[in-house]
Design a protein around this ligand. Structure first.
Ligand SMILES: Cc1cc2nc3c(=O)[nH]c(=O)nc-3n(C[C@H](O)[C@H](O)[C@H](O)COP(=O)(O)OP(=O)(O)OC[C@H]3O[C@@H](n4cnc5c(N)ncnc54)[C@H](O)[C@@H]3O)c2cc1C
Length: 691
């Protein structure tokens, strides 16, 4: 930044306090089931989760006059409230200079394949409202003197559609949305974990009816069981941060894809994730994208004896190539197999993977420039690839050391770590390559409707993304679909005001949950929760991570199935009732891990190759990355099949049938050029557009 920024401004953007004065709901009555008393909450709509996506849905519903209850495991916990990067990104149609083209933006969103064309277009068009709504609520999006929002280029973004409020864009989104929720009087049932998605009817008439919750503040029964009844359930519980050991999600982010599986919802694209460099969850999980690497810190590793290794020099041929690729990780942050070829930027991730497998710790040192490749000249700002040199020049950042460059380009990035007692002006940062985002999730249509009537999914739990997604598209999708589901529910209620079902309709679901809880609480012969977490997470990181050997997947799937069978046979040990929700969520995560492995195994069985953030290594692979020291044959990988880009893998679980997999072609979109005002106005006025 060419202007000196006062400390108070840095503080406001990094130390973001969230308001806590939300109101609690009042139960509409109690339900007595075999002597177990449960409070009952009845609302026209309920949102599960208080992240950016769920809050947007709630605010949009209430503004349309729909009474909505937000139920959440922990108010202001989750990825939106606790994650970020150097400039956490929001990706919306560019409102700067010459504007944007929605069709082109939709194509960019789906460029990696496996994304429905209608969903991509909805996200492109909807981004304008999503973003204007946030601006209206006070999100401090930076703009120029003419009111155009400042933009930059990020991952999978050739156009420059990214913008940011700094390291904590998503927390600031939570802040303005929750302030609005408070103004609107939306109630929050806090400390509540969803155990079961309640349904009524059967066959084609089956529909969502509410949630059975474990509420820590409810002492009416020993487990805190509470009934939340509603004909419209919006799942907005985020991504499965606890699925992988190597994960940059905040701790205790589970999401509820396991709950969705148990309810028989269709999931999609479970094979697709994002992995990239970040500081470790055991310390302070944070993405190391953008300026953190564009300033070209020295990347090195140490072994147990403290011996230092300039390991990237074994991969890149010249110091210039090494430094320029460290720089490029800034906007090519997610790992991508094809970028390991031709000495590209993902060779950095691969090299880190290889170092950590040797038991070494990998570090970023902002006080030192990259060290020379043996036999080559030392690092110099005069010897950089032209794009790198130009970027630093344009940023006025041709300064001697990485920390000086960072101070100039993004002082907020330094400030952020300082708040977590890490002074990167002084000490190096340990980091690794982590699971950061689940692109797949619940299969939804353009109104965020899932395969179960009355149940919607928004935010990271929805499988709206394809194989790749531009940086910032996750936050955008959550906002767009938060709006879309609210508009749809509002319309439904106009057409057919539906009341929540009577509490006793759910007695068999209740009995099932009670039996489960009675069996697993204090079940000293069951699997310990810590052991369950370790087994699932280690298997996912070691066998289904960003570098994945095809031969490892089928045995991993067998082991995951075996674990779920053990859970069914022996149960788990929830030693104390304060671990109730963790017990439920760990069991749901074990089911999810089987589903992900099942989808991956199926994809490999169909001849699937490396795509998105996963490199599928195999002896018969057709490509192998090269390094300065020769071909990296251990990382020979399978190429992607073009036909797989045109379809999505669907998965549905039933207790009787197990995991059922199918494929479907991508949903196309009509020729939007043929939509005209007079022709289409009526469809809007009659609500036809929602049907
Ligand atoms: C380090 C990092 C950096 C990122 N950077 C970017 C970026 O720059 N741009 C971008 O677009 N995306 C980014 N992402 C992804 C993005 O932040 C998330 O996809 C997004 O914030 C998810 O929002 P959400 O509202 O869907 O879920 P969350 O914000 O995770 O909220 C989920 C909510 O559900 C609640 N909950 C969860 N499970 C249950 C349950 N069973 N019962 C009750 N409540 C439950 C939680 O308490 C929480 O309130 C990043 C992610 C990480 C980890």
């Amino acid at each position: 930044m060419s202007t000196e920024i006062p400390q108070q401004i840095l503080d406001e953007l990094t130390d973001v306090r969230l308001p806590r004065d939300v109101i609690s709901p009042v139960a509409s009555g109690t339900h007595d089931f075999n002597g177990v008393k449960l409070p009952v909450y009845r609302y026209p709509a309920v949102v599960l989760g208080s992240g950016a996506a769920g809050l947007r849905a709630a605010v949009e519903l209430k503004r349309r006059g729909v009474d909505v209850l937000v139920v959440t495991r922990k108010l202001f916990w989750g990825t939106s409230a606790f994650s970020g990067s150097d400039k956490q990104t929001l990706h919306t149609a560019c409102t700067k200079h010459r504007g944007d083209d929605f069709t082109k933006m939709a194509q960019a969103l789906g460029a990696g394949g496996a994304m429905d064309a209608d969903v991509a277009y909805v996200e492109a068009v909807g981004s304008i409202d999503a973003f204007s709504g946030l601006k209206f609520l006070g999100l401090p999006l930076p703009q120029d003197r003419y009111g155009a929002v400042l933009r930059y280029q990020t991952d999978h973004d050739e156009f420059g559609r990214a913008t940011s409020c700094g390291p904590r864009t998503s927390r600031l989104m939570v802040k303005v949305l929750v302030e609005e929720a408070i103004r609107l009087g939306i109630p929050f049932l806090d400390h509540s974990t969803a155990m079961t998605l309640l349904k009524t009817g059967s066959g084609d008439e089956e529909k969502a009816a509410g949630l059975l919750m474990l509420n820590r503040t409810n002492h009416d029964n020993p487990y805190g069981l509470s009934l939340v009844l509603s004909p419209h359930v919006i799942l907005a519980s985020g991504g499965p941060g606890e699925l992988y050991r190597d994960s940059v999600y905040p701790k205790n982010c589970f999401g509820s894809l396991g709950l969705a599986l148990e309810a028989g919802l269709h999931l999609t694209n479970l094979t697709e994730h994002q992995f990239g460099i970040g500081t470790r969850r055991t310390e302070f999980p944070w993405n190391l994208s953008g300026t953190y690497v564009q300033v070209m810190p020295y990347v090195y590793s140490t072994d147990a004896a403290g011996q230092e290794y300039n390991f990237l020099a074994d991969y890149y041929r010249t110091t210039q190539e090494l430094a320029s690729n460290v720089f490029r990780k800034g906007y090519q942050w997610p790992f991508h197999a094809s970028r390991t070829l031709d000495y590209g930027s993902s060779l950095v991730d691969l090299a880190i993977f290889s170092e950590t497998r040797k038991g070494r710790t990998v570090w970023l040192d902002f006080k030192r420039n990259p060290q020379a490749v043996p036999g080559d000249l030392p690092f110099s700002l005069e010897r950089l690839d032209s794009d790198v040199r130009a970027y630093l020049e344009n940023s006025n950042a041709l300064l001697a050391t990485p920390i000086e460059r960072l101070q100039r380009m993004n002082p907020l990035a330094i400030e952020l770590y300082k708040q977590y007692r890490r002074d990167i002006t002084r000490d190096p940062l340990p980091f690794n390559v982590n699971h950061q985002h689940m692109n797949g999730g619940i299969e939804v249509d353009i109104h965020a409707r899932s395969s179960l009537k009355g149940c919607y999914a928004v935010g990271e739990i929805a499988g709206t993304h394809g194989v790749t997604r531009p940086g910032g598209a996750a936050l955008n999708a959550g906002q767009v679909f938060g709006q879309r589901c609210a508009a749809h529910i509002h319309e439904q209620l106009k057409l057919l005001p539906t009341l929540p079902e009577a509490p006793d309709s759910f007695d068999s679901a209740l009995q099932h949950s009670l039996t489960w809880l009675e069996r697993n609480v204090g079940n000293s012969g069951g699997i310990a929760l810590a052991a369950l977490a370790d087994e699932v997470q280690a298997r996912m990181s070691d066998c289904a991570g960003f570098i994945c050997h095809v031969d490892d997947v089928a045995p991993a799937l067998t082991a995951a199935r075996r674990l779920n069978q053990r859970i069914a046979d022996e149960g788990v040990n929830i030693a104390e009732t304060r671990h109730l929700s963790e017990g439920v969520l760990r069991v749901q995560t074990a089911l999810l891990s089987e589903a992900v492995l099942c989808a991956l195994d199926h994809y490999i069985g169909q001849g699937g190759g490396s795509r998105g953030a996963r490199m599928l290594c195999a002896k018969e692979g057709t490509r192998a990355p090269d390094s300065r020291l020769g071909s990296l044959d251990d990382y020979r990988f399978l190429a992607e099949k073009e036909t797989h880009r045109q379809e999505k893998i669907l998965l549905r679980y039933t207790p009787a049938g197990g995991m059922q997999i199918s494929e479907r072609p991508l949903r196309p979109i009509e020729d939007t050029g043929k939509i005209y005002f007079e022709k289409n106005w009526g469809a809007y006025l009659t609500g036809e557009i929602y049907r």
